[in-house]
Design a protein around this ligand. Structure first.
Ligand SMILES: Cc1ncc(COP(=O)(O)O)c(C=O)c1O
Length: 403
């Protein structure tokens, strides 16, 4: 490489003059490994057990609501912080399911997926020098969210097999610079569902250090084995220091609709709404309308969703155990973290490459969920939000691995 050139991830060689104009922040993270695995799955015609999107249809009622909204000419910008019908429905559902009363006029911001909600929340509350506590392994977006918003991440380990955290380690991660902690429950990639006791411990630290909890609750309805999802905002003392992130993607199997939201106290909603306005103006108006209908589905919808995923989880656990993986049984969400020590590969990357190229299965290498990538070197993640024929194809392909 000549003196006038530098390598930019994903862009090959560029001149120094061009590099000068590029963002040092964006240089600090790579493209999404998860979405890269989807591209590799397509390239090698592999079964995609990597990215968490269902390959089965959304409910007929929800789809019909979207069609109807377009027929009704809901084609122009919605109010920037979200269509009133959807914000009202979000407020009703939060009260119904978690007992938390929020004002849809001042405390809800509808965004382009929970991805944007998380980014807008971070940009809305972070100042230079602020620290954000992040449990790891973590959903890969949180690293870039922290970098782009200017926060310094402080990582705290969730340790297998139970994915518990050490209370002293968490206590040490908090301090005067702590602006927030990100809590993702039910958790991707581990399937951990934080208990009331754990949330209360986190609550006490937030109160002690005057920090926000930013909670990603996108898998709230995908829970197993009598586990209960508890929203941090429902805990005493947390109503006004929690930013609850959620969305339509996982609960209604519409990851491509890109509708999410942030529920935050009015003072925090003001900057979140401003950031959101200038990031995206608003989420797709007809799909917000359909979202308002989806959120009024009866409890039986959510029961069936959890039952369906329970069957898929158990099926996938059996497939993976049969193929020689050590599995960490998830209590929620639709992923299984596995230990690959039983296979003779130097690390998760080489194993994932082998799986996609030679076996025909795309997975996510464990290292992509950690800041210190060596911590994920013995892990890969499978998703099970797939129809039975996809799970059967996965089982068939993995039988080659055993052989
Ligand atoms: C924990 C978590 N949060 C957020 C998202 C993205 O959600 P959305 O489609 O609402 O942007 C995902 C997607 O996989 C996820 O796993």
């Amino acid at each position: 490489m000549s003196a006038g050139e530098a390598s930019i991830a994903g862009a090959g060689k560029v001149s120094a003059a061009v590099q000068k104009t590029l963002s040092a922040k964006a240089e600090r993270f790579t493209e999404s490994v998860i979405r890269e695995m989807t591209r590799l799955a397509q390239k090698f015609d592999a079964v995609n057990m990597a990215q968490g999107f269902p390959d089965f249809p959304a409910s007929a009622e929800v789809k019909e609501a979207a069609r109807q909204a377009i027929s009704d000419d809901i084609n122009q910008y919605a109010i920037t912080w979200g269509a009133k019908e959807l914000r009202d429905a979000i407020a009703r559902k939060f009260e119904r399911t978690q007992g938390v009363h929020v004002d849809p006029e001042r405390e809800i911001t509808v965004t382009c997926g929970s991805t944007e909600a998380m980014m807008a929340a971070m940009m809305g509350i972070i100042n230079p020098g602020d620290e954000v506590v992040i449990f790891e392994p973590h959903y890969e977006n949180y690293g870039p969210d922290a970098i782009l918003s200017g926060a310094t991440p402080r990582f705290v380990q969730l340790r297998p097999p139970g994915w518990n955290f050490d209370r002293d380690e968490l206590r040490r991660a908090f301090g005067p610079k702590t602006k927030a902690i990100i809590v993702n429950t039910p958790n991707n990639p581990t399937g951990k569902v934080f208990s009331r006791e754990e949330l209360e411990f986190i609550r006490d630290l937030c109160v002690e250090w005057n920090a926000f909890a930013v909670t990603d609750e996108i898998y709230e309805h995908i829970i197993f084995d009598e586990t209960k999802h508890i929203s941090m905002a429902s805990l005493d003392g947390m109503r006004d220091r929690t930013i609850t992130i959620n969305g339509l993607s996982k609960t209604y199997s519409v990851t491509g609709w890109r509708v999410g939201w942030a529920i935050a106290p009015p003072e925090a909603s003001v900057p979140i709404r401003k950031v959101h306005d200038f990031l995206t103006v608003g989420a797709a108006a007809p799909l917000q309308q359909a979202g308002a209908i989806a959120l009024e589905l009866p409890p039986s919808y959510y029961q069936k969703l959890a039952e369906m995923y329970l069957v898929k989880r158990d099926r996938m656990l059996a497939i993976l155990a049969d193929a020689g993986f050590r599995c960490f049984k998830p209590a929620g969400a639709y992923y299984i973290m596995t230990d690959i020590s039983g296979f003779n590969f130097p690390d998760d990357m080489s194993f994932s490459k082998y799986l996609v190229e030679k076996i025909g299965i795309a997975v996510v290498p464990g290292s992509s969920f950690y800041d210190d990538q060596s911590m994920g070197a013995r892990q890969v993640r499978f998703t099970f939000c797939k129809k039975e024929s996809t799970l059967a194809a996965c089982a068939e392909k993995l039988s080659k691995l055993r052989a």
